[in-house]
Design a protein around this ligand. Structure first.
Ligand SMILES: *Cc1c(COP(=O)(O)O)cnc(C)c1O
Length: 367
């Protein structure tokens, strides 16, 4: 979409008058959980068809004023991102590949007929928010500040067309260790009744609708005693796509690392891309191709597949111990997490937390 705004945008800052006291913040940071507590500020940039992107601001965190006719509430014209910000041992604060999130949000915007926010404005909004709320970046091992940029159709109009008024917001939430008791393999439920995305649909866009579609199968997974659900392709119901919010990898006995190819129905994870890069550098052959559910099942049973893991920003890399379906199971929760799985996890988190050198220039210093 065309854009008349001039960049860089100038951000204004309105400090919160009700910012949490240091003692209260420290209490929250001692056990933040995930997505429960939010920092004192938020960043917002508005867009209109007349003005383009304008009015960039950091303001006190609080409820949005949204007209009940706002298009997002009716037609789900919404996209989001998720990235983490880490405190290094020297106190400095870094984001992992925020430009990649900015570019992915542009691709999501295109699919959802939303305006594209320039990469620099996205990164600047994240930076301004983290600067304002830098004390909210925790320092305990495996903790981070989870940053959630999102864009919504805020125009009050019930006609069905792309909105002429849109808002981009960034909020942030301190996140505790995903596996407080140490990394443990998870069990995965195979969704045979529901699919996540069809060809030509929104599967490659990070949009709330995909998550809404995954909630019922996710509930089914819980009923089956599994933590996560894995989806098959919508056409043949045969090929592994991804989990509700994570990509999936298979490690073969001969060292090959295999992951479902991006087909338009899979979300292109930044963790996925980073894992591919790291595995390549270690000399593993990488195959991005279709993987049938039979290949998974038979590979695990025969020993051809030695490790299976899922990856995404929230949990980084999660070993998958057990695949459970209506009429079969493969793997076991008793087996320890795979060696490559754990070693890649250590390497990636090492880069993120500044314990390892960042050869790829993935980290961006924010404060
Ligand atoms: C966000 C997301 C992922 C993981 O992407 P990362 O960039 O690695 O966090 C995978 N699948 C879906 C459906 C997602 O929404």
């Amino acid at each position: 979409m065309t854009d008349t705004a001039t960049f860089p945008l100038t951000f204004t800052t309105t400090p919160s008058a009700t910012a949490r006291a240091a003692a209260e913040r420290e209490e929250i940071l001692a056990d933040p959980g995930f997505g429960k507590y939010f920092t004192d500020h938020m960043a917002t940039i508005s867009w209109s068809i007349e003005e383009g992107w304008h009015d960039a601001r950091v303001v006190p965190y609080g409820p949005l004023r949204l007209d009940p006719a706002a298009a997002v509430l009716h037609y789900a014209q919404e996209i989001f991102e998720g990235l983490k910000v880490y405190r290094h041992a020297d106190g400095s604060i870094w984001a992992f590949r925020p430009e990649a999130n900015a570019r992915r949000m542009q691709r999501s915007a295109e699919r959802l007929a939303l305006p594209q926010l320039p990469e620099s404005a996205f990164v600047e909004a994240v930076k301004r928010l983290v600067e304002a709320d830098s004390e909210w970046v925790p320092s305990a091992p495996e903790t981070s500040l989870y940053v959630r940029p999102f864009m919504i159709a805020s125009e009050a109009f019930l006609g069905v067309r792309s909105a002429h008024g849109v808002d981009f917001h960034v909020i942030a939430s301190p996140a505790g260790a995903y596996f407080p008791g140490g990394v443990r393999p998870v069990s995965i439920w195979l969704s045979q009744d529901y699919t996540r995305a069809g060809r030509g649909g929104m599967g490659a866009a990070k949009t709330g609708g995909n998550y809404a579609a995954s909630l019922l199968p996710q509930a089914e997974a819980y009923e089956q005693g599994c933590q996560q659900v894995v989806f098959l392709d919508a056409e043949e119901r045969r090929y592994v796509e991804e989990l509700g919010g994570m990509n999936v990898f298979f490690v073969y006995a001969d060292g090959r690392v295999v992951t479902p190819a991006l087909s338009g129905t899979i979300l292109e994870g930044i963790t996925r891309e980073s894992v591919i890069q790291l595995a390549k550098e270690r000399g593993h052959a990488i195959e991005e191709r279709r993987v049938s559910i039979d290949e998974w099942r038979e590979g695990v049973s025969s020993g051809d597949i030695t490790e299976v893991f899922a990856c995404g920003t929230a949990a980084v890399i999660t070993p998958i111990g057990l695949l459970k379906a209506r009429d079969f199971q493969a793997g076991s929760l008793d087996a320890p997490a795979g060696a490559l799985t754990m070693s890649l996890r250590e390497e990636l988190t090492g880069i993120q937390y500044g314990r390892r050198e960042d050869h790829h220039d993935w980290m961006l210093r924010l404060a």
